[in-house]
Ligand binder design. Structure first.
Ligand SMILES: CCCCCCC/C=C/C(=O)SCCNC(=O)CCNC(=O)[C@H](O)C(C)(C)COP(=O)(O)OP(=O)(O)OC[C@H]1O[C@@H](n2cnc3c(N)ncnc32)[C@H](O)[C@@H]1OP(=O)(O)O
Length: 308
């Protein structure tokens, strides 16, 4: 619980996270792709084999855009050290993820992450912290992408002790659009089955939070068993968009937003509905077995595939 004793807006506004690095090889790229279900239904899937294998003699394995969400996992693993905010890490849930992609990712690279606190909000029952990470290629210094991860810290609200709800952010509100799921019939629907071992496979990409593997930790967090990483569900949903709307062209993806609405248990079936509106694809992912929406958001496209 937050005790509020050390909270000061000045400390929060001037807070900086240490720089981190992230090195990856083609092996990491392929393990990640398998972790989010690529080729999970068809080992020779014509749109997805390129993410796990040098198909037709291709020189390098292609990188999925959501791979970028891994770059800042190191900082999350160390714990969010925010001045004046005490929270129980076992109650942390990933609330939302926003990604801007500026360059295609090489199939192996050494990267530098510069992270900052982009937002902090006191919601009473919870605190919401937003961590923004800009990732640069080491050597060239090229900015590859920006990710903004939202941590929903259950039980950590009330830290600001202010009469007005405390809310601080460093970016313009309109930078992230509203998630408006249309009422019309979707442009496409994609169904995918997660494996009971999905989280155990996905964690090998670097997110070792025991909430996704340890039954006792899951119980303390309020779940009947370990839950799927939010970023794994997001990976499934964006793959569905790439396959159904982008005709397999992952480079068409420019920006991604996903809000995690409800937990997913590994082994559940995900149904992703998509609506193409201009160059924005709104999507909503539901768990078939419980008929509940678990993720909603949008994917902005650089170009609309000509076949549409
Ligand atoms: C720094 C990055 C984090 C790295 C994470 C590393 C560890 C990884 C963990 C995981 O992957 S956990 C698995 C993925 N996540 C989930 O399964 C969470 C699913 N979502 C939920 O269970 C619920 O939506 C919630 C987050 C518990 C919130 O539900 P609740 O009913 O408590 O909230 P509300 O009363 O509706 O809203 C209160 C307040 O908070 C805002 N809000 C609600 N949901 C979210 C969200 N998902 N993200 C961000 N903000 C959220 C909501 O707008 C309300 O604000 P106001 O409107 O009142 O201002």
């Amino acid at each position: 619980m937050a005790d509020g004793s050390g909270f000061s807006h000045q400390l929060v506004a001037s807070h900086r996270f240490p720089e981190t690095t992230f090195d990856y090889t083609e092996r990491d790229v392929a393990v990640y792709a398998l972790g989010i279900g690529a080729c999970g239904r068809d080992a020779v899937d014509e749109d997805e084999l390129k993410y796990v294998y040098h198909e037709n003699g291709q020189k390098s394995i292609q990188v999925l855009p959501t791979f970028s969400a891994l770059f800042s996992v190191g900082i999350m693993m160390k714990g969010l050290d925010i001045p004046g905010l005490d929270y129980d890490p076992r109650l942390l849930l990933h609330g939302q993820q926003y990604i801007e992609l500026y360059q295609p990712f090489p199939s192996s690279a050494s990267l530098v992450n510069k992270s900052s606190l982009a937002g902090l909000h006191d919601k009473g029952k919870a605190a919401i912290a937003e961590i923004e990470t800009k990732t640069y290629e080491k050597g060239s210094g090229k900015l590859l992408c920006m990710g903004r991860s939202t941590a929903f810290l259950r039980g950590a609200g009330g830290f600001s002790k202010s009469s007005q709800p405390y809310s601080y952010s460093t970016y313009p509100k309109d930078q992230i659009g509203a998630i408006e799921i249309p009422k019309s019939l979707p442009s496409a629907v994609f169904q995918d089955l997660t494996q009971p071992s999905q989280a155990l496979l996905y964690r090998l990409s670097g997110d070792y939070n025991p909430l996704h593997s340890d039954p006792n930790i899951a119980t303390v967090a309020g779940f009947s068993r370990p839950i799927l990483h939010g970023l794994c569900t997001l990976g499934f949903a964006v793959r569905a968009v790439i396959k159904s709307i982008c005709r397999g062209d992952a480079n068409a993806v420019k920006n991604i937003l996903g809000r995690f609405l409800l937990h997913v248990y590994p082994g559940e079936t995900l149904i992703t509905e998509m609506w193409l509106q201009g160059s924005r694809v709104f999507y909503q992912t539901k768990v078939k077995e419980r008929n509940r929406a678990v993720l909603a958001g949008y994917v902005d496209l650089r170009h609309i595939p000509s076949a549409l």
